[in-house]
Design a protein around this ligand. Structure first.
Ligand SMILES: Nc1ncnc2c1ncn2[C@@H]1O[C@H](COP(=O)(O)OP(=O)(O)O)[C@@H](O)[C@H]1O
Ligand SMILES: [Mg+2]
Length: 444
């Protein structure tokens, strides 16, 4: 039976897709995803304020696109084969993220390292409005201004230029002081957002994927939610969970951290920096990564409620895009859900983590008030060392997160470790060991 093709109204659909819910930072991050995927090592973002003629540009030194590839890239729902760890997915981000912020999206690309042959096209909302057709406009050499040409003079790569920033500036007074301030505030938010969602790329911890992001010429610094450089941060045992979802299976890596108490940070600046874009309370919980890129920062995904006492607990959850359906990743890559099949296991694990975080938080609270620590669990576990030492507060009895190789639970309290060590030590070693354990207690 032959069907009847019903082509969507370009005007209506492109207009609706402008409202997919991206904010400025999320939209730029989606463009940066594309640059990373194109193997860029330097991504330069520039924001120019000039009233009506203001623009935002993302220029990368990736592999670039041929004219045919670029035309395909401009298509809503563009087609290509995705690799396992690709950041892209729906073939929409370039268009929807861009036009959620501006009326004209121009893309120029060069894929020949030897020749500065640049192809360029644009989507222009006014043209769509007039014609109601799915038409991109080729930009010939005369139509290419320096903003789009300059970054490709010396390198292959792609330039994404947003102009007529109606959503960013608000068009009633694009030259006003208000618009200028708004744009510079957005740049500040963008800087912290990029430093956060791409921190694993910026720090170089993802092998072969190190990038540099320049925002108006300044290096964007990685922000590590787990403060792994802080000496007193506790990195807990990792947990690997299997997820099977409608015929696809994959693994999810859970890595819990407990951040140090405020007084244990190396400096007050380091403590303030650790806060993150929202406040401490909201930044506790899960940091969900898809192919190394963060898509959720904080919050317990309905497994717990955020609580002042557990604010030091932050848990990294990493999955690969093969589990996108299981995590219900949305188009803008701003949301993911914990698959029901691992919720219980995860809940058990984090209740242990939360307990530890609470102990660290409470212990310091009581200590700073100068009172004798009174964690409920002190009665549960025998003390090994003199209770007069300030650190001799017993951790609550914790279950292990994962059994170790020899069946030894890996996440043990200090008390449990001490007992285990003393049980196997010779008489000579015992004396030495007690001395060492005592020293640890005094220092913590
Ligand atoms: N900076 C870039 N460099 C090279 N190719 C790009 C770039 N940006 C986009 N593309 C190409 O355009 C396609 C469409 O991008 P996009 O609309 O973001 O969808 P997705 O990333 O989900 O595939 C990408 O799959 C890629 O092939
Ligand atoms: Mg994309």
């Amino acid at each position: 039976m032959s069907g009847i093709e019903v082509i969507p109204s370009a005007k209506r659909l492109i207009g609706s897709l402008r409202n997919m819910g991206y904010d400025f930072s999320q939209a730029v991050a989606d463009i940066v995803d594309n640059s990373i995927e194109a193997k860029a090592t330097i991504i330069a973002i520039d924001v120019e304020f000039d009233g009506d003629d203001s623009w935002v540009r993302v220029a990368d030194n990736g592999v670039g696109m041929s004219p045919e590839q670029l035309r395909e890239a401009m298509r809503y729902g563009s087609d290509r084969k995705y690799e396992v760890d690709d950041l892209g997915k729906y073939g929409l981000g370039l268009k929807t993220a861009s036009l959620s912020q501006c009326q004209i999206l121009s893309v120029a690309s060069r894929n020949n390292p030897k020749r500065a042959a640049i192809s360029a096209y644009s989507w222009d909302c006014r043209h769509i409005e007039r014609t109601n057709r799915w038409e991109i406009l080729p930009l010939d050499r005369n139509g290419l201004g320096p903003a789009i040409m300059t970054p490709l003079k010396e390198t292959t790569g792609t330039v994404v230029l947003w102009s007529r920033l109606d959503r960013i500036l608000g068009y009633s007074q694009p030259y006003g002081e208000f618009a200028r301030k708004r744009l510079s505030q957005m740049c500040r938010e963008l800087e912290s957002h990029l430093g956060m969602v791409f921190h694993r790329f910026l720090s170089g911890e993802l092998k072969g994927k190190k990038i540099k992001i320049l925002l108006n010429g300044n290096d964007v610094k990685p922000w590590d939610p787990f403060c792994r450089k802080e000496e007193k941060t506790k990195s807990l045992q990792q947990l690997l969970l299997n997820v099977d979802y409608e015929g696809t299976s994959g693994r999810v890596l859970i890595h819990p951290f407990i951040l140090p108490h405020q007084s244990d940070f190396s400096s007050q600046d380091a403590f303030r920096l650790a806060t993150g874009p929202a406040n401490w309370n909201q930044q506790q919980g899960f940091y969900i990564y898809r192919a190394g890129r963060m898509i959720q920062s904080g919050g317990w995904s309905n497994l717990r409620t955020a609580d002042e006492h557990t604010k030091l607990a932050r848990v990294s959850i990493s999955f690969s895009p093969s589990l996108d359906d299981a995590f219900k990743v949305n188009v803008a890559k701003m949301r993911a859900q914990i698959p029901p099949s691992i919720r219980e296991e995860l809940q058990n694990a984090i209740s242990t983590v939360a307990k530890m975080a609470r102990t660290i938080y409470d212990r310091k609270e009581t200590r700073s008030r100068g009172t004798v620590p009174t964690t409920a669990s002190t009665t549960n576990t025998p003390r090994l060392l003199p209770s007069s030492s300030p650190g001799a507060v017993t951790d609550p009895p914790l279950q292990s997160l994962v059994p170790g190789n020899a069946g030894i639970p890996v996440l043990l309290t200090f008390q449990q470790w001490s007992q285990m060590l003393l049980a196997v030590a010779t008489e000579d070693e015992k004396a030495k060991l007690s001395e060492i354990l005592g020293r640890i207690l005094v220092q913590t």
